[in-house]
Ligand binder design. Sequence first.
Ligand SMILES: Nc1ncnc2c1ncn2[C@@H]1O[C@H](COP(=O)(O)OP(=O)(O)OP(=O)(O)O)[C@@H](O)[C@H]1O
Length: 296
Amino acid sequence: MLQVEQLTKRFGKKAVVSDVTFELVPNTITALIGPNGAGKTTTLSMLAGLLTPTSGIIRLDNPRPVQQQVGFLPQYPKFFEWMTAFEYVNMMGKLSGLSTVDALQRANDVLRFVGLYDERTQRISGFSGGMKQRLGIAQAILHRPKLLLLDEPVSALDPIGRSDMMKLLRELAETTTILYSTHILHDAESMTEYVLFMKDGCLVEQGHIDEVQQKYDAPHIAITFVQETDALQFASQSELHVSVSERVVTVEVHNNKPTMQHIMSRLAASPFQVEQVAYAKMTLEQMFMKVVGEDA
Ligand SMILES: Nc1ncnc2c1ncn2[C@@H]1O[C@H](COP(=O)(O)OP(=O)(O)OP(=O)(O)O)[C@@H](O)[C@H]1O
C-alpha cells in the first residue's frame, strides 16, 4: 500500500530524517514512535506531500495524486473557529472537489462517524480539544483516503478523549491504513499492530509489535506496592536492575537471577506493603528504551 525507501530530509546541513525505509501493511495501524525531535512530523509531512524529500522514494500502490489518496491530521490542526462544524467540513468537501450535493451528504456522514453530528451546528470556537481532534479526523477522511496519517492524535487529549480517539481509529482501520505518530507509548500498546521506532531521524527498529516484543523481551518480575512512595523507596534501595512506574517496580531477570524466592524474601524483610508480585511481559515503553539503549 505504501513503500518508503531511504527517505531523507535535510535542513541545511542537518539531516533530520535519514535513510528511512519501511512498508505499511494494508488496513493495519502502525505507530511511529519516538521522542521529541526524532523526526516524526518531518516524516509524516513528506508522506502527506507537504514537504519535499531531499532524497528517497515514497511509493503508493495507486498512481493517483498523493492528496487524493492520503488523509492527514496535523499535530496542531487549524480551523476557522467562527464556523460551525458542519459549515467547516462542508466547505472542505467542496474545496477538495466534491459536488455541492456530495459535499453536503459526506459532511453529514463523517460528522456522524466521528460522533459530532449532534454538535454540527455549534461553532468550533466552543469545542473542547477532543472535539476539535475528532473534527480534524472528519476533515481528513472526507475524501475516503486509503491511507490516513495522524501526527500525535492523542497526545493533547485527556484519558477519556484518548480512549474515544483510539476507538475511532480502530473503527477506521477496518477500511483504511493508518500511520500515526506518538510519544505516549501506553496508548500505542493498546491500539497498534506494527511499530516504527525512531531516534535522531533514523528508524532503529520496526515490525509487528509481537515480533519486536519477542526479540527484546526479557523475563521480568513486577512488584505492585500499595503506596507509590514505597515503590520508589524500594527501587532506590535496590541493587537490582529495576524500573518504576507509579506503584509498580519491575525487576529484570538475567540468567534466572534474581529468583522469585529472592525477591519474596527481600520483600518479607522490608517494611513495605505489597499488593502483588508476578512475572510480567515487557511494556512498549521498556521495549523502546531498550531498543534506543536508554534505561527506563
Ligand atoms: N523547517 C525546519 N528547519 C530546520 N529544522 C527543522 C525544521 N523542521 C523541523 N526541524 C528539526 O528537525 C528535527 C525533527 O523535528 P520533527 O518535528 O520532525 O520531530 P518530531 O519527532 O515530530 O518531534 P515532536 O514530537 O516534538 O513533534 C528537530 O530537531 C527540528 O528542530
